[in-house]
Design a protein around this ligand. Structure first.
Ligand code: SF4
Length: 145
């Protein structure tokens, strides 16, 4: 079952998903935004559960956050076309279709601390391409709905 009207014209409308976010918007102190779910996430219907997810939980813990404070989601909620061939980066049309759901999620979260993970999430959240260029930086940005 897809999320809404934007799904009707999305190139991923017949792909596995959507994978829902994990965490509670009401208790979130940190929002982590990945690019898109992979097969592991689709299989268990949760974001960031593979090796990268385990590393993220370690890092979040080391930064002083515990699980109920972390809200995890993705820019695109369905498995990208090409994931079976190892291409996980979502395409522009899917991002355009799905980004409204992400903006709504972020606006509904108690926190305004949002950490994008990877180039796609950085471009959507911070408006800049290239994670190395802004690594460690703190940016203020208003998300238009
Ligand atoms: S990727 Fe997003 S917009 Fe596209 S079908 Fe999935 S939930 Fe809908």
């Amino acid at each position: 079952m897809k999320l809404g009207k934007a799904c009707e014209t999305c190139p991923y409308r017949d792909r596995p998903g959507p994978v829902p976010a994990s965490g509670d918007k009401g208790t979130a102190a940190l929002v982590l935004v990945g690019e898109a779910p992979g097969e592991d996430e689709v299989a268990v219907n949760m974001p960031m559960v593979g090796q990268a997810g385990r590393e993220l939980w370690k890092l979040a813990g080391a930064a002083g956050f515990y699980r109920p404070q972390v809200y995890m989601t993705n820019v695109v909620k369905c498995l990208p076309i090409g994931a079976e061939q190892g291409k996980y980066e979502p395409d522009e049309k899917a991002i355009e279709s799905c980004v409204g759901y992400l903006k709504k999620e972020i606006q509904e979260c108690r926190t305004n601390v949002v950490v994008p993970l990877g180039n796609v999430a950085t471009a959507v959240i911070a408006g800049k391409w290239g994670i190395l260029g802004i690594r460690g930086a703190s940016l203020r940005r208003r998300l238009k709905s």
